[in-house]
Design a protein around this ligand. Structure first.
Ligand SMILES: C=C(O[C@@H]1C=C(C(=O)O)C=C[C@H]1O)C(=O)O
Length: 254
């Protein structure tokens, strides 16, 4: 019998196929302890050895001495993703500061890449705290928000920028927000089993979207979100994009 595996998974709607794949796998149902966390917490748990496997932000990998990317799936997007946005009451060119989502480890670095290399502006960056998205985006202060909290924010701000779409316009590449990582390598068998569990969920996306449509606010089409916005396959273009982003993080410690 294998030791119980601690798995930390992002609790946002975009991980539904992963969650269902793992939760319904007979192997992991019995032999895993799953926690549902925000991305920054997933990373912290893997870094502190509180989790064996985590869905962790790519932006955090540059701070890890050793890590292993598991399987062929990720949280990525080809162009617009809808749930990672810079919001503001003024256009980005007029923003003097930007509050960063405390739940993020990737988008908070992607915004630095884009302000530097795409918009050519140098705003001050501030760390957001719980509830910042409803409180702190004011005047010339913009804010980066990720995950389900964005579902209700689009109506509230006149200016919004989809960071994955802007990355796509700038590089012509998809973007990878989070990957499955372990600090110590898994056995080939275990990695295959884990990847297979994820695949079981991915193969049922349309059915899952149907079943869970009621959990997202009216106006959000879950099937479109899970099939045309989030892109789960960690293919060669996504690996290339991830390499480019990690090289940038190495060159400018952000
Ligand atoms: C696409 C998304 O990507 C998320 C963004 C992350 C980050 O910025 O660190 C991490 C995990 C992803 O779930 C989203 O939250 O909607």
């Amino acid at each position: 019998m294998m030791k119980k595996l601690n798995i930390s998974i992002v609790s946002y709607t975009n991980t539904l196929p992963f969650r269902i794949g793992i939760e319904t796998s007979t192997k992991f149902q019995r032999n895993a302890h799953i926690t549902y966390d925000n991305p920054a917490t997933c990373a912290k748990k893997v870094l502190n050895d509180e989790a064996d496997i985590g869905l962790i932000p790519v932006g955090v990998l540059s701070q890890m001495d050793d890590y292993h990317i598991i399987g062929n799936y990720c949280i990525g997007a080809k162009g617009r993703v809808d749930t990672v946005k810079l919001y503001g009451k003024v256009p980005v060119e007029e923003m003097t500061s930007i509050v960063l989502d405390y739940q993020s480890g990737t988008s908070v670095k992607l915004i630095k890449y884009l302000t530097e290399n795409y918009w050519h502006i140098a705003p001050e960056f501030l760390k957001g705290s719980h509830g910042f998205e409803l409180r702190d985006i004011e005047g010339t202060r913009g804010g980066v928000v990720i995950g389900d909290r964005t579902f209700d924010l689009d109506k509230q701000f006149p200016f919004k920028y989809d960071l994955s779409e802007v990355w796509w316009q700038h590089t012509g590449l998809p973007f990878v927000f989070a990957v499955w990582v372990s600090k110590t390598p898994l056995s080939r068998d275990l990695e295959n089993l884990f990847n297979h569990a994820l695949e079981q969920g991915i193969d049922r996306i349309n059915q899952i979207a149907d079943e869970f449509q009621h959990i997202v606010p009216a106006g959000i089409d879950l099937d479109i979100y899970l099939t045309n916005r989030i892109d789960y396959k960690l293919d060669s273009d996504k690996r290339k994009a991830m390499g480019l982003f990690l090289d940038y993080l190495k060159s400018v410690p952000v």
